[in-house]
Each structure stands twice: as C-alpha cells, then as structure tokens.
Write a protein that binds this ligand. Structure first.
Ligand code: NAD
Length: 434
C-alpha cells in the first residue's frame, strides 16, 4: 500500500551488530586510574561525575583558576566518592606534583592545546573537550603529542557513541537514503538580539590573567566567564566552533575521516545581536568536497519554525532526506509521497543531565587505555572535525573563500589565509610547535 508508512522504533535497528553499545571496561576491573579534573565548570563536572560513577577512577586533583569553581569540583568528588582531592589553580604544578593517570580537560577552548599537550608529556591520558583547539595548527600539535607519547586522547564528541547517531550513520551507509549529494548542518536557536553587559571588577578568587592565558588579556566581563566564552572570538569560535563541531563531526564520521573539503567559503555577521559578544549571530559556510557539498548555517536569534528541526544535519539522498538530530532522534523522509511524515525514525537514548552520552564515551576511553588502541573519538578525528569548523570561521574573518589541502593541512599559495591557521600567543605562553 503506497500510503502506508512504516514507523520503525529504535529497537528494530538496535538488533544489528553495527549498533552495538561501546566497548565496556577491559581486563583489569579493579584498576582505579588516578584522575585530575582541569576546568571545574559546567561540562567538566558532567564528565567528572560520570567518571566517578563509573568506578574506574580515584579522584586525586581538581584544578581551576577560579577558586569558586574549584570548590564545586571538590564537592562533587566528596559527594560522589567521599574523597577530597588536592586543590590546584595551576595545572603545571598539578601535573608535576600529582602525575595523574588521566586528565579531564574541560577548560575553555583557548586552553585545550597547552594543557592537553603538557598532560600527555607528563604521562597522562586525556579526555579533552571539543573543539579541540582555537586555531588549526594547535590541533596538528595535539595529534603529534599524542603519537609521540603514545598516550590516548579522547575528544568529547559523544555523539559517536550515541545510539541514534550510530543508527543514522548506519542507515546512510546501507544506501537506504540513496546517493547523498548535498548535506546541510545547522543550529537555530531562539534568543533575540540580547543586550550588552558592562565590564566588572575581577571577582574574588578568580585569576583572570591566568584564565585569559595565551589569549589577549581583556577586561573581565560576566558574559565571558563562566560559560559565555564561546561567543567571544579571543577564546572560542562562535556557534560554529561550539555547536558546529558536533554536527560537522557526524559528517566526517559518515564520509570517512580522510575526506576533506577542497574549498571553504563563509558569509555572515552580527546583523541582529546587541549583546557584547563578537561571534557572528548569522553564518553560512559552503564546503566543497569531491562528491558532495556541505552547507553550515546558524542563526542565534530565532528558531526554525517552517522546518521541522532546529538542530542537526540533513543528508539529501536520491531516495530521500535523512535528518540526524539530537533530542528528536533521527528521521528519514522518502523523496516520494512524503508529505512531511517520516517513514522511519529512531528515538534518542540520552543520559541526564543535559542529554548526552558521556558514560559510553568514558567506557570507551578506559577500554582504549587498557587495550592500547585508539579511542572512538581519537584526537585525530576530533582535530579533523574541529578543522572544518575553524576553516569556516577563518574564511569569515578573512572575508573570502579559501582553498584547502587536507592531505598536507595547508592553505596553499595564500599567505594571508595561512597566517590564520595559527595565532599569536600572549607571553609567557608559547604556541605549540608542529
Ligand atoms: N561535548 C559537549 O557536549 C560539551 C558541552 C558543553 C561544553 N563543552 C565544552 O567544555 C568546555 C568547557 O565549557 P563549559 O561550558 O563547562 O565552561 P565553564 O566556563 O563552565 O567551565 C570552564 C572552567 O574552566 C576554568 N578554567 C579556565 N582556564 C583554566 C585553566 N588554565 N586551568 C584550569 N581551569 C581553567 C574556568 O574557570 C571554568 O571554571 C568547552 O570547551 C566546551 O566547548 C562540551
């Protein structure tokens, strides 16, 4: 019957081995890894709490340049395990004195490279948050540090272990959406124009100079810290660097990590925003690959009412369109007789708080350490996906498109653009060598 729609639930697909849960803990079930949390903010504590609950770790240190945030990490450890870890405000002292087995690096983006590289050289395996870095060459240095030391670096792109994301990628790979020639990834959030907040004196207990670190030292503003740095371009890369990396990572996963865009061109700006951040409120990026093109778009001031979905990726195939989302799971809309009703759908399976899949990613991280193999979100994969986001921002900042040589990771014959693959570090911090 042509009008009949099949509505498949997750269960039908989870039977397939390709959708199996991530690997569980390896051989030594009693081993407790000595864990240090660096960056005891919102997401750092999500990872920390998950790690503590996994019973794979003994918390030995919490590091934060803001003593108020530091205390929340200490409390999380005491509540979760009864253990009071050592307090640090300087990660270098912590690495020197504690020599942890594992470091969670959940600092703001501009701090990911230096702390991660120092940690692996101090003998730790690292769970680092996305985007892995602020400029592309830092990511190259992070991959190099991982390979030189043999340490594992897991990137917090937890969607690679999320059951509904795995189902959607498998659906696409099985050919059921046909050949995919165009992909559109997007995040549209309501929020309007916002309003500015004045600079303020640095709060007691916060070492603001250290917080800014290798980035320019700017006046303290409560919109930057905590949590707001994402939309301040000295420290983050706007919506593309924050949310875009998650969705671009789905595309590098689907396409294969060694598939690169040949060119990248972005437009956008701050057309609506009245707040005091400087990230674009509107942005479009076109990435030209050999066999498909990819479009990123975001708006930070309104949702997406005419379309069904506010967040995610549309894969446009010859047999239909697959939407891969977050809290709305995945849906496949066949190209014929669709009328906006998904023919197939998978619900998400997400963990609280904040609807994530950190537990699966943590289990895979421990497994990778125990079995001495690369984790599912190995630093090289995270770096490739981060690079897509950063190249989009690079093009926007430059005001024109660029050519990208993904094999060599260079922008050829274009010194002005190539210069933006790195940045000046503020002394005494030194840009990592590649
Ligand atoms: N994977 C995900 O789904 C996901 C979700 C949210 C956030 N994140 C990532 O987590 C990271 C942290 O984001 P957040 O929202 O938790 O920010 P946050 O501001 O809440 O926390 C960051 C913490 O790092 C501390 N910090 C800054 N510099 C430091 C340094 N040199 N040493 C030690 N501590 C330092 C800050 O004081 C703050 O407490 C970001 O990279 C973000 O992109 C990932």
């Amino acid at each position: 019957m042509t009008t009949r729609r099949r509505f498949l639930q997750v269960a039908a697909l989870t039977a397939a081995s390709a959708f199996a849960a991530p690997a569980v803990l390896g051989a030594d079930k009693n081993k407790k890894y000595r864990l240090a949390l660096v960056g005891s903010g919102w997401w750092g504590k999500n990872i920390f709490n998950t790690a503590l609950a996994s019973k794979t770790v003994e918390p030995v240190a919490v590091v934060d340049v803001d003593k108020r945030q530091l205390e929340t990490g200490i409390k999380a450890s005491e509540d979760g395990t009864g253990i009071t870890p050592k307090r640090f405000t300087d990660y270098r002292e912590m690495l020197e004195q504690i020599k942890p087995d594992i470091v969670i690096n959940a600092t703001p983006d501009h701090w990911h490279p230096l702390i991660t590289i120092a940690a692996v050289h101090a003998g730790a395996n690292v769970y680092v948050e996305k985007p892995v870095c602020h400029t592309v060459n830092e990511g190259i240095a992070m991959v190099k540090a991982a390979r030189e030391t043999g340490k594992k670096i897991q990137v917090g792109t937890h969607r690679r272990v999320s059951p509904h994301n795995q189902q959607a990628i498998e659906f696409l790979r099985s050919g059921r959406a046909g050949e995919v020639g165009h992909i559109r990834a997007f995040v549209h959030y309501q929020g309007g124009a916002g309003s500015p907040a004045p600079d303020e004196p640095v709060p007691d207990g916060l070492d603001w100079n250290f917080w800014c670190g290798p980035a320019p030292l700017v006046p303290f503003n409560p919109r930057i810290h905590p949590k707001g740095f994402r939309n301040f371009l000295n420290f983050g890369n706007g919506q593309l660097g924050d949310w875009g990396i998650h969705w671009l990572d789905q595309i590098t996963w689907w396409a294969g990590d060694n598939v690169y865009p040949k060119s990248v061109a972005s437009t956008g700006g701050r057309f609506i925003a009245k707040d005091n951040s400087d990230g674009p409120d509107t942005q479009t990026v076109i990435y030209q690959f050999d066999n498909f093109d990819l479009e990123w778009e975001h708006r930070r001031y309104s949702g997406n009412p005419p379309e069904k979905h506010n967040i995610g990726v549309y894969f446009y195939g010859t047999k239909g369109t697959l939407h891969l989302g977050w809290q709305d799971g995945w849906s496949f809309y066949p190209s014929q007789d669709c009328n906006g009703t998904p023919a197939e759908h998978g619900d998400p399976k997400l963990d609280k708080p904040d609807d994530q899949n950190i537990a699966g990613l943590w289990a895979n991280f421990i497994d990778s350490i125990e079995k001495d193999r690369l984790p599912v979100c190995d630093i090289e994969k995270g770096h490739r996906s981060t690079t897509l986001a950063l190249l989009g921002m690079l093009s926007l900042k430059l005001g024109r498109g660029i050519v990208w040589d993904g094999e060599k990771q260079v922008i050829p014959n274009d010194p002005a653009a190539a210069k933006l693959l790195s940045r000046e570090y503020r002394a005494p911090w030194k840009y990592p060598a590649i």
